[in-house]
Design a protein around this ligand. Structure first.
Ligand code: IPE
Ligand code: IPE
Ligand code: MG
Length: 231
């Protein structure tokens, strides 16, 4: 079986999962965060080298202030836990998205997480937080245009590869497999540039119930596909 080098996940369905149990949405998010810790280890043990997960989109600010608050509190806890997990499991963590809209203490913890794990050689773990693909592309264009104006880059040198280097995912290979849990069939502004040739896998299983066995199923399905790149 071919193990995809890079798996991207839209971990969706926390809220509906909690509701189905008569619990508040925040309970679903907490369970979802716990599950993410488990899946990170499973992914590495299965031979996956890069895992990129969507934690909070640029559109998620439109949720109720209560839910946004409880998510931010969860991200604070999660980031602290992740610093330890990264150390114990040798994970290298990168953050995708625009951190400037996040509270300063969270920005600092995220920067600590990235800095403290940067030399690790295990799983490359990307967390997308206040991430939107359109926002990422616009931020990349701003930096690229600044380099052109400053004479550091000439217009002739702008290639696909050069542009990729301005994205938050610079240096990370494109995903081989995208998984979205909980039944929605859309991208919700996730990695639109990077997913150009990625295989998509959708499952009804909500994120808190997504197990190693479900990941294996996704990989089996991926193996049954005939991947083509236009040829
Ligand atoms: C995914 O679960 C986590 C975040 C977007 C933060 P949802 O919160 O979207 O759960 P549903 O889709 O409403 O069930
Ligand atoms: C996408 O899920 C964002 C994350 C998983 C963080 P949503 O549940 O927010 O997406 P929509 O709004 O249903 O498209
Ligand atoms: Mg959702």
């Amino acid at each position: 079986m071919v193990i995809p080098q890079h798996v991207a996940i839209i971990l969706d369905g926390n809220g509906r999962w909690a509701k189905s149990k008569g619990m508040p949405r925040s309970y679903g998010h907490a369970k979802g965060a716990q599950n993410l810790e488990v899946i990170c280890e499973d992914a590495w043990n299965m031979g996956i080298k890069y895992l990129t997960v969507y934690l909070f989109s640029t559109e998620n600010w439109k949720r109720s202030p209560d839910e946004v608050d409880s998510l931010m509190r969860l991200f604070r806890r999660y980031t602290k836990t992740c610093i330890k997990t990264a150390r114990d499991n040798n994970m290298k963590v990168r953050v995708l998205g625009d951190p400037t809209a996040l509270a300063e203490d969270l920005q600092k913890s995220l920067a600590d997480l990235v800095e403290s794990s940067k030399d690790n050689t295990g799983l490359n773990f990307q967390i997308a937080l206040n991430y939107g693909s359109r926002d990422e592309i616009v931020r990349a264009i701003r930096r690229l245009a600044t380099d052109c104006v400053d004479g550091k880059l000439s217009i002739q040198d702008i290639t696909e590869e050069c542009f990729s280097g301005y994205l938050d995912t610079a240096g990370v290979p494109d995903p081989d497999l995208l998984i979205r849990t909980s039944g929605e069939l859309r991208l919700s502004n996730y990695l639109m540039w990077q997913l150009a040739y990625t295989e998509f896998y959708f499952t009804e299983v909500p994120w808190p119930d997504f197990t190693k066995e479900e990941l294996q199923k996704a990989i089996e399905k991926y193996n049954s596909r005939n991947r083509r790149y236009g040829a």
